[in-house]
Design a protein around this ligand. Structure first.
Ligand code: AR6
Length: 185
């Protein structure tokens, strides 16, 4: 994987931040796609995931589209190293409102899909913080607050990873994660 990462354990669940490519998470059951409504290939995360997943991923997505902001749907991983992909449509900042609720719904619904499927591990990108323009710090606060709220109800998921694209984004996420989840490992 991608070298050092900050890991915090809560309720027997490991939450960690790392840098890397969301399409290269070999040891994870499901990666989350920062999707578009049509669940098609796009830029950023949706480009990396669909390029790695190949035509079989595209074919599995078609009947499930379109989805609405805040929703999450699950498919197989096709040619990705993961058994599953959970596709979330994040809010476009300044257009899809209330943004904070819709972004929180992405994280909540993604965890719901993972639990329903009995998955142990899930990796998230920073949904909405690229093309959709959500300020990174606000988005990180929502992401970790939503996860903190969900932790006591998780029964199959034991490992949640945030995969950030740059060291700077990861530093910011680690800072927010410490604030929200506390420091002790
Ligand atoms: N691995 C991990 N993180 C990444 C990667 C990667 N391979 N590539 C980019 N990021 P975005 P959104 C970071 O734009 O804002 C698409 O075109 C990136 O730096 O992928 O939810 C879709 O088709 C940023 O911090 O997702 C949609 O139309 C974060 O991942 C739209 O963009 C999210 O960036 C979705 O926009």
């Amino acid at each position: 994987m991608t070298g050092d990462s900050l890991r915090i354990e809560r309720n027997g669940i490991v939450v960690e931040c790392t840098t890397g490519d969301i399409a290269g998470q070999q040891d994870i059951d499901a990666v989350v796609n920062a999707a578009n409504a049509q669940l098609q290939i796009g830029g950023g995360v949706a480009g990396a995931i669909h390029r790695a997943g190949g035509p079989a991923l595209d074919a599995e997505c078609r009947p499930l589209a379109p989805i609405k902001p805040g929703e999450a749907v699950i498919t197989g991983g096709a040619e990705l190293p993961n058994s599953y992909v959970i596709h979330c449509l994040g809010p476009v900042y300044g257009r899809d409102t209330p943004e904070a609720e819709l972004l929180a719904a992405c994280y909540r619904n993604a965890l719901k899909r993972a639990e329903e499927t009995g998955l142990q591990s899930i990796a998230f990108p920073a949904i909405s913080t690229g093309a959709f323009g959500y300020p990174m710090r606000e988005a990180a606060q929502i992401a970790f607050a939503t996860i903190a709220e969900a932790l006591p109800d998780l029964s199959s998921v034991t490992h949640i990873r945030f995969v950030l694209y740059s060291r700077r984004d990861r530093d910011l996420h680690e800072e927010v994660m410490r604030d929200v989840l506390g420091d002790a490992g």
